[in-house]
Every structure is written in structure tokens, then in C-alpha cells.
Design a protein around this ligand. Structure first.
Ligand code: UDP
Ligand code: MG
Length: 323
């Protein structure tokens, strides 16, 4: 009875979300592979093809797919907003009880979807693909990724070998309750840990890129470092930013106060001159920084209250929706 009710509500079991940017040559093959994999599993599905402002022939290729099979729907962005925005749009429009994300470039394999679903059915909220045999460049991509995965796992407490794998499956409640910004789609399992989730990891296939170009290079490493700082901050202190800013501010202010007191005693009772002492400048700096940090903490406290009120703003603008 419960199951029937659920079906009436949405009618769709599985939504497949695919971010696509200039992948013209892959679309036709992607369709064939998906169609084959999906026809094997007996589920009602939809495929959301998010054209992230492609400037090649991608959109026309997607239209061909849609004409062949109306379960393949297209969401087309006005311009390139980035993979995170594309995935975020997919999450908003997905109607399925379970949502799958997948790359369009054929590096992920749709045949893995049933494997991930099976794991999800064991009672997880997210099942993440692990490209155990990753087919990308070692120095610029695989090596930095190993380190990044270790750091993210350690800092967030969600231990995964491969955060960067787009092939993941999510329960609907997860994708409907998180907001993604910047390039944060890589850290969804960590972000979702903020709402309390059970995460599993399953090895998946990975193929080297046959068509088009990777949209990312070694410059991503620096971005990832900054993202990790943001992530740690949001996960640990976004509810009470004064706890971190204020702590450092109090420390700095206290040290500055002790040093200033010492200098005043030296000046008043031992007649030492202050003008040529570096400690004098340092002590004033530390008091100053202390006051500033505490003030920033208070401002952040105000911001966080506003943030929670306006969270529903999206990070993308849609050109058209074809369904
Ligand atoms: N992508 C996107 N918008 C972007 C960059 C990438 O939608 O601005 C898509 C891209 O078409 C692909 C997926 O995101 O389907 C992953 O990108 P890519 O294969 O370049 O990343 P890599 O596998 O090299 O990490
Ligand atoms: Mg790729």
C-alpha cells in the first residue's frame, strides 16, 4: 500500500542526472550504453541531460536523443555555469526516488548503475563509485587526487577513496536537502554528512576519455585546497562562526594585552624607552587583530542567520526545459 502511494506521487523510480559540456561526439554512444543498461533493470526512469552552455553541436545531438526517447529530457543552460550548477539543476528537477549522477564523456560506465543501486538497497543514503583503476593522467590528476581524498576524509570524517568520481547514487531526500555552490559537487557525501547520511563506496569501471577534452587540469589542485578550507569551515563552524573567529581573536588579543602590560610596566617603573622596540608594534597589532577577528565573527553570526533565510536561491539560469 505504502509503495503504491509512492508511485502515484511521482511515478518515477530513478532519475539519471548527466552534466554535459561540449561532448558532441559522445552523446550518441552515451545514449546507446544508457538505453542498454536501463532496459535491463525493471525500473521507471528519466534521464536529465543538462547542457551546460555547450558551444559545439552538443545540443542538437541531445535533441536527436530526445526525439528517439522522450524519457531523455534536456535542460539547457544559457551559458556555461559549471559542472556543479549542472548537477544542482538536475537535482532540482529530478522526480525519481533515487538519483544517479554520471559523466557524459563515457569515462563512467552505465553498467555499474545496477551494482550501485543494489548497495543502496542495503540501507545506504549515498553510494559512491570508486575508480579503483582510474584512467587519467598520473601526475596532474591521479596523484593530487589521492592526497586530496585523504585530507577530505580526515577533515570531514566521511572516508572515501574517490570523492571525484561523478558516478554516485543518492536517495531523493539527500539531493533535495543540500545546496551546492562553486565546485562543491565533488564533496556531496561530505556536505550531506551535515544532514546525517549513511555512505558506502563501491569499485566501478573507468575508461579513458576517447572523445573531446577534459575540462579540468592541474590548476584544479589549488582550487581544491581552497574548497577544502571552505568545506571544513561550513561543516564545523557554519552554525557558530564566532567559535572559530572569536577563539583566534581572543588568543591574539590576550597575548597582545600581556605584552602591552609588560611594556607599560617597563616604561613606568624601569624607565625604558618604547619607541625603538619591535615588541611594542607587535603587541598593538595583536590587540588590533584580536578585536577585528571577534568583530568578523559577530558579522558572520549575523550573516549565517540571513543565509538560512535566503538559501533557496539557485546558482543558474535556465534557457529551456524540454520534457
Ligand atoms: N562538465 C560540465 N560543465 C563544465 C565542465 C564539465 O557539465 O563546466 C561535464 C563534462 O561534460 C563531463 C563531466 O562534467 O560530462 C566531467 O567533466 P570532465 O570529464 O572534463 O572531468 P574529468 O573526468 O576530466 O575529471
Ligand atoms: Mg571525464
Amino acid at each position: 500500500m505504502n509503495d503504491t502511494l509512492k508511485k502515484i506521487k511521482s511515478g518515477i523510480d530513478l532519475s539519471i542526472v548527466i552534466p554535459i559540456y561540449n561532448e558532441r561526439e559522445s552523446i550518441e554512444k552515451l545514449y546507446k550504453k544508457l538505453d542498454e543498461a536501463l532496459s535491463r533493470i525493471n525500473l521507471k526512469y528519466e534521464v536529465l541531460l543538462i547542457d551546460d552552455g555547450s558551444v559545439d553541436d552538443t545540443f542538437n545531438e541531445l535533441l536527436k536523443v530526445h526525439r528517439r526517447n522522450k524519457l531523455f529530457k534536456i535542460i539547457r543552460f544559457r551559458k556555461n555555469f559549471g559542472q556543479t550548477s549542472a548537477i544542482s539543476a538536475g537535482f532540482s528537477y529530478a522526480e525519481g526516488e533515487v538519483v544517479v549522477t554520471l559523466d557524459a564523456d563515457l569515462q563512467n560506465d552505465p553498467r555499474d548503475i545496477p551494482v550501485l543501486l543494489e548497495k543502496l538497497n542495503e540501507g545506504y543514503d549515498i553510494v559512491s563509485g570508486w575508480r579503483r583503476n582510474r584512467k587519467d593522467k598520473a601526475v596532474t590528476r591521479r596523484f593530487p587526487s589521492i592526497i586530496a581524498n585523504k585530507i577530505i576524509s580526515k577533515l570531514t570524517g566521511v572516508h572515501l577513496h574517490d570523492y571525484g568520481c561523478t558516478l554516485k547514487v543518492y536517495k531523493k531526500e539527500v539531493v533535495k536537502n543540500i545546496n551546492l555552490y562553486g565546485e562543491m559537487h565533488r564533496y556531496i557525501p561530505a556536505i550531506a554528512s551535515g544532514i546525517g547520511v549513511k555512505v558506502a563506496e563501491v569499485p566501478v569501471m573507468h575508461h579513458s576519455r576517447r572523445y573531446g577534452k577534459s575540462k579540468y587540469g592541474v590548476s584544479r589542485t589549488i582550487k581544491v585546497i581552497l574548497d577544502i578550507i571552505t568545506l571544513k569551515f561550513l561543516l564545523s563552524y557554519s552554525q557558530s562562526p564566532i567559535q572559530i573567529f572569536g577563539l583566534v581573536g581572543l588568543f591574539s588579543g590576550a597575548v597582545g594585552f600581556i605584552m602591552t602590560s609588560y611594556l607599560i610596566i617597563m616604561r613606568l617603573f624601569f624607565n625604558q624607552s618604547l619607541a625603538d622596540r619591535p615588541l611594542f608594534i607587535l603587541s598593538i597589532f595583536m590587540i588590533f587583530i584580536g578585536v577585528q577577528l571577534i568583530t568578523i565573527g559577530l558579522l558572520a553570526e549575523v550573516l549565517i542567520r540571513v543565509y538560512h533565510k535566503v538559501q533557496n536561491r539557485s546558482t543558474y539560469v535556465i534557457k529551456d526545459i524540454i520534457s
